[in-house]
Design a protein around this ligand. Structure first.
Ligand code: PMP
Length: 405
């Protein structure tokens, strides 16, 4: 079955509007994707029919909200093929998931002099939490570089691992270069040396089938707002055996078993890592987003986006002065580029006036910009609802903007 973007677009009324009197072309799904009516309807239903605080109540609404919240945990487990729902922790996003692991794994497993390997293509949220932890623990961050095509230099990885290395942190898909990293291969190298693997899946989960066990990820993080779900919700998958050894990240309600002034015992997994009232509506909305993704079919989404990527790349390459960053063979629907002599910010600002939403700047990946010696790029990114016709409309708009400089 092929994906029908015309039908899909009917689920996204936000895309059917004009911006500055021009039909909106939304090429910024890597920053945040739009939400279909099905997700909006689920949230409306909770707000109007059964909102209540989860886990601790006996009344009908709280019970129903709890059931939906926990059903979503099972949907996430199944989506990524985790072994058990005890391994699925709800957070407020990828950023919080990384911070949770950096802090808690750091407390449990990192001592002075230990090393963490972080790839050069990471989003700041998969760099800075490790740096903070390293600062606290007296550990060291070692960088795994990428080549000029935007592919990790995996041949260098074994040489970077020492007996001090405890963890490797890497993106499944780069938010700037689009590179799909060979996570299973990295996991095999890491595990052969007793090193754990943290995978940032923020740009993967909405584009590719993800199986955390087949990938060999010890931890895997993602955000609902990039997968057609609500903002303010994310997931951390962690292997049970590791999570069990890690201390709670935050203290509060729900994460305890018994509280005495003489000492507190903690709740079982995953609740040990979910202190306080979580984003109930958001988590249930994520459940609706997962239903939506599965209904469309992740393989179908992947085929559709790959076709858009190929088509747009071929057309862009014909533009004089065009430089695309990220030429990996295995790439997802993200194109970062610059046009010689024009600042990315100026390009983005003028495209906006033509109804086209792209992202400009460093994309929270300064080391990638430093690698190429540039201040920023224009980034167009595709989602389930984008069409070839939008690319056909984008190209003359881009050419017009270029001609104005
Ligand atoms: N990692 C990657 C690869 C990302 O693209 C993003 C979002 N731009 C993040 C992490 C951070 O996600 P969030 O802001 O949802 O926490």
């Amino acid at each position: 079955m092929n994906l029908d973007p015309i039908k899909i677009r009917q689920d996204f009324p936000i895309l059917q509007q004009k911006i500055y009197n021009k039909p909106l072309i939304y090429f910024d799904s890597a920053a945040s994707s739009q939400r279909p009516l099905q997700v909006q309807e689920k949230i409306r239903q909770i707000d109007q029919e059964y909102y209540g605080n989860i886990h601790r109540a006996v009344h009908y609404m709280a019970d129903k909200a709890t059931a939906d919240y926990e059903t979503t945990r099972e949907k996430v487990r199944s989506l990524i093929n985790a072994g058990t729902t005890a391994e699925i922790i709800f957070t407020k996003g990828t950023t919080e998931s990384v911070n949770l692991v950096a802090w808690s794994f750091g407390e449990a497993f990192i001592s002075a002099g230990d090393e963490i390997i972080v790839s050069e293509m990471e989003h700041h949220s998969n760099i800075v939490p490790w740096q903070l932890m390293a600062g606290r623990k007296g550990a060291k961050i070692v960088m795994l570089p990428f080549n000029n095509k935007g592919e990790l230099e995996l041949d260098k990885l074994p040489g970077l691992i020492s007996e001090k290395t405890k963890l490797i942190a890497v993106a499944h898909v780069s938010n700037v270069l689009g590179t799909v990293n060979p996570v299973a291969e990295i996991a095999a190298i890491a595990h052969a040396r007793g090193v754990k693997l943290f995978v940032d899946g923020a740009q993967a989960i909405q584009h590719l089938p993800v199986d955390v066990q087949a990938l060999g990820a010890d931890f895997y993080a993602f955000s609902a707002h990039k997968m057609y779900g609500p903002n303010g919700v994310g997931v951390l998958y962690g292997r049970k055996e590791l999570l069990e050894q890690m201390p709670p990240y935050q203290g509060g309600g729900e994460m305890i078993s018994e509280v005495r002034f003489s000492g507190t015992t903690f709740n079982e997994l995953p609740y040990k890592f979910e202190a306080g009232t979580p984003n109930i509506t958001g988590v249930i909305g994520l459940g609706a987003a997962i239903d939506y993704l599965l209904e469309a079919g992740i393989e179908n989404i992947s085929v559709h986006e790959q076709a858009l990527l190929k088509y747009a790349t071929e057309k862009l390459m014909q533009i004089p002065g065009m430089k695309i960053y990220g030429e990996s063979k295995n790439k997802s629907g993200v194109i970062s580029f610059n046009v010689e002599g024009i600042h990315s910010f100026d390009l983005g600002t003028m495209l906006d006036k033509m109804g086209i939403a792209v992202r400009t700047g460093h994309h929270c990946a300064d080391p990638v910009m430093q690698h190429f010696g540039i201040p920023g790029t224009v980034r167009m990114s595709f989602g389930i609802y984008n069409t070839r016709e939008e690319i056909d409309a984008f190209l003359p708009a881009l050419k017009k903007v270029i001609s104005l400089f």
